[in-house]
Design a protein around this ligand. Structure first.
Ligand code: XIL
Length: 685
């Protein structure tokens, strides 16, 4: 161990002292907050937990079937924690943090992990269990793939929500291997937002919303949210699995916590979602444990369950907050059906369990049940992703047109807009204009802009120029949306700050960084002239045992009068001029934990026109194409083939075509390294 340790190694006094230090610091911050109008930034982090296992277990205990002991081999010192006798993946080692963690404070957790010699490799996890009102929730802070018998240093950040009791623990994804743990250091810091900034809602003429989780209401996060948004969407708490986990058992507590907060802060609530193919418990589609069939009796049962679910949600919020449309009830809109389009199907409809049992009729039924249950004051929305791509736009438009023609009460069309820097904004505008011809309002329901262009990119923090590019992208997207402001009911961003995005770590798709400071993306919306003057986001605190972490205070921004925006262009690859059949492919992806959306731009860089083309490439990480657009897509093993659609087969020299697909992956998503058009290798980039 380093000789100059900032804290003694015996656990209890350290924890007590460190917790007291944090508590003192937070009290001091409170005093500061009340004496200064707009303090922003972060307090110096305080170490709240340190364990080096050199004089015992330091308070760590076995979790589940495991047993724990100390060994004489440390990561950098003499001892470490050995976890043995694991049977299930969740068996491991834990330390209670009920007295250490505070909801709303951000912690950086550093530790070292390895397996004993000869134990092969395993994917390990650092997790937290929080118990609130008798309900446990399990949160994975980080997954560390391929841990071997070499020590591996791991860092994660975490902001706990409310809890009665909590524990930090080490487990695995699936392997029951023995595990060694050492040099745990946890530091906490409470961030404060700059509340002197112009609220985003003042800069956007359409009502501005943010999708939230309960943690976002606490401390500085809650202040930031209340300052910038005028409505919220529950990120998960109104989905079917949250509201009705088992048939007839309705659990509204988490959702109500968000609605209560919205009322206290004079905000509207956009409900999400009554029907989806994900986050919907299996019982919906089963009778006595067996899958529902398409018999009339099973169809009637599923329709009845749908109606009951929708009525229960509507009745609960009417009974709790008063009639919809009256001042006490903030719910003004609800997503009735989510993601029902699949453009690769002949009828354009997703083959979900809903579709399998009921056929297409469930969509109209859901809207009719919702209108009957909610009444006329709640706007009923259909919602989907990738609606900007022409192949998805067409069936979406067709479905909504058909529903309206049948008198189905669809009031609004939602565009999720989970995009990445560079996705075509004119394409989004084309979709908006197409729906402007119908008798519906529209909403941007889940906007976020990943800083990753594709899955080949990976970083802890995006490079500064990419954050600038993201700022200009937000500027351009919002400017386009403003041109259509009268067509929109609201614009919602899917998350408050980057540390809590649903996208993979490093995507940094939101307006504020994990330290609650405004990014260039914020300035892109509020005052584009300041995009280039925004400092690089506050670095996250690295917990290195033996070194007191420090947080660099965010420098104040001096407004630069005229900053010429420069967006780094994708480096162009010069094709061999003599080749009449040369091509170039740009491949971008937007990833989440198990899936991704890929955009593929194919450019004819040769000298002869193509009439009809076929693109081939390999997905070597086991990824599967689940649906594609603007081409006909097939996959055989790793090999993927895309052949032109009827309308985009002609590709003149210099011309490009944008095609894309959704795919699934199981944890990593390596990008294809080579592409061929008609068998001719293409330049990549
Ligand atoms: C996401 C949530 O943000 C995650 O926390 C959850 O794990 C998965 O779902 N489209 C939707 C949202 O309609 O409900 C999804 O939300 C993001 C994609």
């Amino acid at each position: 161990m380093p000789s100059a340790r900032p804290v003694p190694s015996a656990l209890r006094p350290v924890v007590a002292a460190a917790a007291a230090l944090v508590a003192l610091a937070l009290v001091a911050a409170g005093a500061l907050v009340s004496s200064l109008a707009t303090p922003a930034g972060a307090l110096s982090p305080a170490v709240v937990l340190t364990s080096d296992f050199e004089s015992g277990l330091d308070g760590w205990q076995a979790r589940g079937a495991a047993s724990v002991s100390t060994t004489a081999t440390g990561a950098r010192g003499a001892g470490s924690l050995l976890v043995q006798d694991r049977v299930d993946p969740w068996d491991g080692a834990l330390i209670p943090v009920t007295e250490i963690f505070e909801p709303g404070t951000t912690y950086t957790i550093g530790l070292w992990l390895r397996l004993p010699d000869g134990a092969g490799t395993a994917d390990l996890r650092v997790s937290v269990q929080r118990d609130l009102d008798g309900q446990p929730s399990y949160e994975t802070l980080t997954t560390v793939e391929g841990v071997s018998s070499q020590w591996r240093q791991v860092t994660a950040t975490y902001t706990p929500g409310l809890f009665d009791t909590a524990s930090l623990y080490v487990e695995s994804v699936s392997s029951p291997a023995d595990v060694m743990v050492d040099d745990v250091l946890v530091s906490g810091v409470r961030y404060t937002p700059d509340l002197s900034l112009t609220p985003v809602s003042d800069a956007v003429s359409v009502p501005f919303g943010i999708a939230v989780e309960p943690q976002d209401l606490l401390g500085g996060r809650g202040d930031l949210l209340a300052h910038h948004a005028e409505q919220i969407t529950p990120g998960n708490q109104m989905k079917p699995d949250a509201i009705q986990p088992t048939e007839g058992t309705f659990t509204f507590a988490a959702a109500d916590g968000l609605v209560d907060w919205a009322i206290e802060h004079d905000m509207r609530v956009y409900g999400h979602t009554l029907l989806w193919h994900q986050q919907t418990p299996d019982w919906f589609f089963q009778r006595d444990g067996a899958a529902l069939t398409t018999s009339a009796a099973d169809q009637a049962l599923l329709r009845e369950r749908l109606r009951t679910h929708i009525e229960a949600v509507a009745d609960h919020y009417r009974e709790t907050y008063g009639e919809y449309g009256t001042p006490g009830n903030p719910i003004f809109a609800f997503d009735v059906v989510n993601e029902v389009i699949d453009e690769s199907q002949p009828d354009g409809l997703r083959r979900s369990e809903w579709y399998r049992v009921l056929g297409p009729s469930y969509i109209a039924d859901a809207f009719r049940y919702a209108r009957a249950a909610f009444g006329p004051e709640v706007l009923l929305f259909i919602n989907d992703y990738n609606t900007e791509y022409p192949d998805k736009r067409a069936p979406y438009l067709r479905l909504v047109t058909d529903l309206l023609a049948q008198g189905v009460p669809v009031d609004g069309v939602g565009h999720q807009l989970h995009v990445e820097v560079g996705r075509s904004i004119p394409m989004v505008e084309d979709t908006i204009e197409a729906f402007e011809a119908l008798d519906v309002t529209q909403a941007v329901t889940e906007l976020d802009v990943s800083a990753y262009r594709d899955s080949g990119e990976s970083w802890t923090q995006p490079p500064a120029d990419r954050l600038l590019e993201q700022g200009y992208y937000y500027r351009d997207m919002l400017a386009m949306l403003e041109r259509h402001a009268s067509s929109f009911e609201s614009i919602t961003i899917w998350g408050l700050e980057d540390s809590r995005t649903w996208l993979r770590s490093g995507a940094a798709p939101l307006l504020f960084d994990g330290a609650l400071q405004a990014k260039p993306a914020y300035w892109g919306i509020v005052d584009p002239s300041r995009i280039g003057a925004t400092p690089t986001p506050t670095p996250s605190v690295t917990a290195t045992p033996g070194v007191t972490p420090t947080v660099t205070p965010t420098p104040s921004v001096t407004p630069t009068p005229s900053v010429t925006p420069t967006v780094t262009a994708t480096p162009s690859v010069t094709p061999t001029p003599a080749d009449p059949r040369a091509c170039r492919v740009a491949y971008t992806t937007n990833d989440w934990n198990t899936g991704f959306t890929a955009g593929v731009r194919v450019t004819n860089t040769g000298t002869s026109a193509l009439s009809g083309w076929t693109l081939t490439f390999s997905l070597d990480g086991g990824q599967r194409v689940t649906q594609g657009w603007s081409a006909s897509w097939t996959q055989s093993g790793a090999r993927v083939t895309a052949t032109n659609a009827a309308w985009n087969g002609s590709l003149a020299p210099g011309g490009s075509v944008d095609i894309g697909f959704n795919g699934s992956h199981t944890g990593s998503n390596p990008r294809p390294t080579s592409f061929a058009l008609g068998g001719v290798p293409c330049a990549v980039g």
